[in-house]
Design a binder for this molecule. Structure first.
Ligand SMILES: NC(=O)c1ccc[n+]([C@@H]2O[C@H](COP(=O)([O-])OP(=O)(O)OC[C@H]3O[C@@H](n4cnc5c(N)ncnc54)[C@H](OP(=O)(O)O)[C@@H]3O)[C@@H](O)[C@H]2O)c1
Length: 337
C-alpha cells in the first residue's frame, strides 16, 4: 500500500473576487500505510459546495480559513478499500467530509456516515440526503417552523438546497415560489411542484413579480443568495414572518464593506419579523430522522434530484468556480472520480 499514489486539490493562492480554476492546484502524493484504527476510502463521487468560498480568501468564516497545503473542503461518497478499524469492513460505503481528493485515510472521526439504505441513488447521500438537503430540512423545520397554508419564497431555488426546500415545503402543504436564473430552471421547478417561479434574468422588477405571485405576502423567506434578496423581500413579508439565512452565494466573493446593505429593516418592527441563520451541523443528531423521511420521499417519487456530472479530479476547480457565474450551474454538481 505504501506506494499507492493519490491526488488532491489545494489552494494555489488566496482568492480575490470570484474564484477561477487557476486559484487551485492538483498535487500528487503517496498514501501512508493504513495505521491501527484507520480506514482507507477510495472516493467514488465528490461534490463542490459554494459555502467553501468563504474559507478561501484568507479570513475566518463560520469555519477557519484554509491553511496552505490543506485539501479543499467537500463531501464525498467513499468505499472502504482497506480497514484496520473494528467497525468498518472492505466494501462498506459512506458519506464523508474527505475534501477534494481521490483517496482518504480516516480515523473514523468527524463527518462519516455509513450508507445503509441502498434505495436512493448513491450520490443522493451528498445531495438531497447530504448537507444541501439537510440544510433545507432544518432551515424549514427548526428555524422557520414552516406550517401548512403558509407561503414560502426560496432564492436560488434551482440549486440543491433551494430545490429541496421547496419540495419539502410542498409535502407540508405550503404555497411555494422560487426565484432562479433562466427559463429552463424555472420550468424544472414547476415540474417538481413549485406553484410559481420567477426568472431573475428575465424579470426587471423582482419585487413586483413576487407580489404578483404572493398577493397576501410571504410568511417564510428561505434565502441562499444574500443581502440584496433579503432587502428586496423584506417589504413583502407578512406579520410574524421568518427569514432563514441559509447562504449568501452572491456575497461570498464581495468584501463586507462592498456588500449590499439592509435598508428595509423597519419591517422587523412593524411586522414582528424574525431572521435567523443556521449551520447544518448544529442538527447532526437529528440527521438520521430527516434522512429517513427524505429517502422515503425520493423512493416514492415525491422528492426529485437534479444533478450535473463531471469527470475526474481535474474538473473540480472548474465545477466549483462556475457556481458563482449566472446561468452556469443547474443542480448538485457531482464529480465522478
Ligand atoms: N447554512 C448551512 O449550514 C449551509 C449548508 C450548505 C449550503 N449552504 C448554503 O446554501 C446556499 C445554496 O447552496 P447550494 O449548494 O444549493 O448552491 P446553489 O444555490 O446551487 O448556488 C449556485 C447558484 O447560485 C445562484 N447564484 C450565483 N450567483 C448569484 C448572484 N449573484 N445572485 C443570485 N443568485 C446567484 C446561481 O443560480 P441561479 O442562476 O439559478 O440564480 C447558481 O447556479 C449556498 O449559499 C450555500 O453556501 C448553507
Amino acid at each position: 500500500m505504501g506506494s499507492r499514489k493519490h491526488r488532491r486539490v489545494i489552494l494555489e493562492r488566496a482568492i480575490v473576487g470570484k474564484p477561477t480554476p487557476e486559484d487551485f492546484r492538483i498535487v500528487e502524493g503517496v498514501l501512508p500505510e493504513t495505521g491501527e484504527g484507520q480506514i482507507l476510502f477510495r472516493i467514488l463521487h465528490a461534490s463542490v459546495d459554494p459555502g467553501v468560498r468563504s474559507r478561501l480568501s484568507g479570513g475566518d468564516s463560520y469555519s477557519a480559513a484554509l491553511k496552505p497545503n490543506e485539501t479543499i473542503d467537500g463531501f464525498s461518497i467513499g468505499e472502504v478499500i482497506e480497514s484496520r478499524h473494528e467497525r468498518w469492513q472492505v466494501g462498506d460505503r459512506a458519506a464523508l467530509a474527505a475534501g477534494w481528493c481521490d483517496h482518504y485515510l480516516s480515523d473514523g472521526k468527524g463527518y462519516l456516515q455509513r450508507i445503509t439504505d441502498a434505495r436512493p441513488p448513491l450520490t443522493a447521500w451528498i445531495g438531497v440526503l447530504g448537507v444541501p438537503g439537510l440544510t433545507a430540512w432544518f432551515g424549514l423545520h427548526r428555524v422557520a417552523e414552516a406550517k401548512e397554508g403558509e407561503t414560502l419564497l426560496v432564492t436560488s431555488a434551482a440549486g440543491p438546497v433551494g430545490a429541496t426546500a421547496g419540495q419539502i415545503a410542498k409535502q407540508h402543504g405550503l404555497k411555494v415560489i422560487g426565484i432562479a436564473g433562466g427559463a429552463e430552471k424555472c420550468a424544472w421547478l414547476e415540474s417538481v411542484g413549485f406553484d410559481a417561479t420567477i426568472d431573475r434574468h428575465a424579470t426587471p422588477d423582482l419585487a413586483a413579480a413576487i407580489r404578483a405571485a404572493a398577493p397576501k405576502g410571504v410568511d417564510v423567506l428561505f434565502d441562499n443568495v444574500g443581502n440584496a434578496m433579503v432587502d428586496l423581500a423584506l417589504p413583502l413579508m407578512r406579520p410574524r414572518g421568518r427569514i432563514v439565512v441559509s447562504g449568501q452565494v452572491a456575497d461570498y466573493s464581495t468584501p463586507p464593506d462592498q456588500r449590499v446593505g439592509l435598508k428595509n429593516t423597519d419591517r422587523f418592527i412593524t411586522h414582528r419579523l424574525r431572521m435567523e441563520g443556521l449551520v447544518v451541523f448544529d442538527d447532526i443528531r437529528a440527521f438520521p430522522e430527516a434522512q429517513r423521511q427524505m429517502a422515503d420521499w425520493i423512493v416514492a417519487g415525491a422528492l426529485k434530484l437534479k444533478e450535473e456530472r463531471f469527470k475526474g479530479i481535474e474538473s473540480m476547480p472548474h465545477a466549483f468556480s462556475d457556481l458563482f457565474e449566472s446561468n452556469a450551474a443547474f443542480g448538485r454538481r457531482i464529480v465522478d472520480l
